[in-house]
Design a protein around this ligand. Sequence first.
Ligand SMILES: Cc1cc2nc3c(=O)[nH]c(=O)nc-3n(C[C@H](O)[C@H](O)[C@H](O)COP(=O)(O)OP(=O)(O)OC[C@H]3O[C@@H](n4cnc5c(N)ncnc54)[C@H](O)[C@@H]3O)c2cc1C
Ligand SMILES: NC(=O)c1ccc[n+]([C@@H]2O[C@H](COP(=O)([O-])OP(=O)(O)OC[C@H]3O[C@@H](n4cnc5c(N)ncnc54)[C@H](O)[C@@H]3O)[C@@H](O)[C@H]2O)c1
Length: 459
Amino acid sequence: MYDLIIIGAGTAGINAYKQAVRDTQNILIINDGPWDTTCARVGCMPSKVLISTANRLHDAKTANAVGLDIELNADTSKVMSHVRQLRDRFTAATLKDVENWPAKHKVSGKAHFVDANTIEVNGQSYQARSFILAVGSTPNYDQQWKKQLGDRLITTDQIFELPQLPERIAVIGSGVIAIELAQALHRLGVQVSIFARSKKVGSLSSPQLQGLAQHILTKELDIRFETLPYQVQRKDQQVQLSFKDAQNKPQDLLVDYLLVATGRHSLLESLKLYQIDSRFKDIKDLPIDSKTKQLGQLPIFVAGDAYTNTPIQHEAAHEGKKLVDNCLNYPQIQAVKTLTPLAIVFCSPEMASVGRNYQQLKQDKTDFVTGFVSFEKQGRALVLGKNQGAVEIYVDRQSEKILGAELFVHQAEHFAHLLNWMITEQVTLTDCLDKPFYHPTMEEGLRTALKHARHQLHP
Ligand SMILES: Cc1cc2nc3c(=O)[nH]c(=O)nc-3n(C[C@H](O)[C@H](O)[C@H](O)COP(=O)(O)OP(=O)(O)OC[C@H]3O[C@@H](n4cnc5c(N)ncnc54)[C@H](O)[C@@H]3O)c2cc1C
Ligand SMILES: NC(=O)c1ccc[n+]([C@@H]2O[C@H](COP(=O)([O-])OP(=O)(O)OC[C@H]3O[C@@H](n4cnc5c(N)ncnc54)[C@H](O)[C@@H]3O)[C@@H](O)[C@H]2O)c1
């Protein structure tokens, strides 16, 4: 019997293995499919390469904002081979790591449970005292649409394999993946039409920032809010979408591909958990503790995207690593959800959310003030030709500690880290304002927001 079996070798599983192997050699890691992680193969990394190239082109094409006039064109077959080349470099690094692990620790194949201590892979049984389930998630799409459209319906599992970018694409969804990729494709010259079932774009929960994001992004992108196609049909090598326009008139749109970005679902369903306990049939209703990630009262823990409200890479890595202690020290277990929340959307301007977001603070009836800054007239943002967007910083009225922030601004990724670390250190508004702010920088904008909050606390 193994001390621990890890199922899934993505970000969470790999981190769990690397942590566990320090304490025991009596472990096994099982993985279905490639051993190079969703993040490196079809997620974070190829998407960020595509976005980065698209933003370079966009900056050059809009260089009149900084007094330049540049004519440029993109050969999208070169762009796509660049995406794959860099992607292959990232996946190769992960695979090299895995290759160095002892062969007796690794099994390739799809695992499922037989009982609480036994799993089966490729017809063979393995037993363990504890398990980490790190099986990740997979894109949602309508099976009927897939049948009709075949290879013309794509998700993030296929898009990075396109030899070149098509002329026209329709995107379903206006969440994180949809908005990142739709904007990148648009900036690379693809005619993009976005169909969104709601009136929300990206991840922002603050009504003011959400409104601003909709306003700014719809100036650049063709987003049809609260509109979904009622019919899709394959027409030779194209897709015809039928939908009703804002005047409720039927319209048809012909595109080369339909990119479906309507969320992802957990692969826990592949594990047949109901063979452990019949109450585990509905994977949306599993008794998994949100802090310790324990399944029921069993020595079974779930890491990463398989079960989370934060399906992001660093959370998956952290959970994978931390859950090893819960497994090897069982029944002594502790919370693994310990990181101050941090989420970034790499659209442009970038969106970010740090600590508790606006909606959570409102729901909890927290007594807070909002320090606001617009970057439209901010000095450094004007110099960079990136004077768009705004930031909200939420400050507790009693303790004057920073509780959270939402951002929609150029390079929000850097502000988000600064603010996250300040929240983690439980820094107060006065502590923050006592720090140096170099001139002229975008960070001076943060100081404006902090001062705005202070003014409300001490008019
Ligand atoms: C397009 C896209 C862009 C993204 N961009 C970012 C970003 O910029 N920043 C960020 O932080 N996050 C990003 N993410 C999210 C990030 O990729 C995930 O949070 C992370 O990959 C989750 O890791 P994981 O270990 O939980 O799952 P995975 O890496 O998916 O690993 C799960 C593994 O388990 C295997 N498996 C499944 N079922 C079984 C079974 N029954 N038996 C054996 N093995 C099984 C799977 O085949 C897979 O190898 C992005 C995701 C996508 C799709
Ligand atoms: N920058 C990053 O960190 C990054 C980038 C990409 C993905 N991710 C992670 O991946 C996760 C998944 O991203 P996502 O964009 O797939 O999910 P999401 O939840 O952000 O967006 C899903 C979108 O699909 C729509 N939708 C859902 N069901 C639908 C249906 N039946 N019909 C039509 N529309 C429907 C939603 O309204 C929403 O617009 C994210 O939550 C994020 O954590 C992170």
